[in-house]
Write a protein that binds this ligand. Structure first.
Ligand code: HEM
Length: 120
């Protein structure tokens, strides 16, 4: 998820900016995940960074994603199964992004799958 929003319950300041009660605040989670003050060389995909867990992809606070544990497990199980079965998996053409803003992802990612290590 790339962005979310909140309505201020009271007048306050966020990062030095005044936010009035009732005002909507748009939060760019995707931008925060590439903050160079938190992640050195932020555009480099590296899940082994010491602070990799500091990302906000599942948000934070009261509305932290209820499905985060399930999503992490799905990623771990699914990606492991994919790469175990197709260790030589490579891209076979340019991936294409869905034209969406909040939920970013691909609607097409051509891949070369063979050879499979086990029969289906
Ligand atoms: C990679 C997968 C997922 C990502 C990146 C993701 C991301 C997020 C984010 C950023 C929020 C918070 C939005 C906010 O702060 O306004 C959220 C909320 C939520 N997510 Fe997920 N999510 C994922 C998968 C799932 C799954 C698998 C489920 C359920 C099975 C789920 C259920 C929910 C629910 C119910 C909320 C609302 C929590 C609340 O408002 O208190 N999510 N998710």
């Amino acid at each position: 998820m790339q962005r979310t929003g909140r309505i201020a319950h009271r007048t306050t300041k966020v990062a030095g900016e005044r936010v009035a009660e009732g005002q909507a605040v748009l939060i760019l989670l995707g931008g925060a995940n590439r903050d160079p003050a938190v992640f050195p060389d932020p555009h480099r995909f590296d899940v082994t960074r010491e602070n990799a867990g500091d990302h906000l992809a599942f948000s934070s606070g009261a509305h932290f994603c209820l499905g985060a544990a399930l999503a992490r497990m799905e990623g771990e199980v699914g990606l492991r199964a994919l790469f175990d079965r197709f260790p030589d998996l490579t891209l076979d053409g340019a991936p294409h992004r869905r034209p969406t803003r909040v939920l970013r992802g691909y609607d097409a990612m051509p891949a070369h799958l063979s050879p499979a290590t086990v029969d289906a």
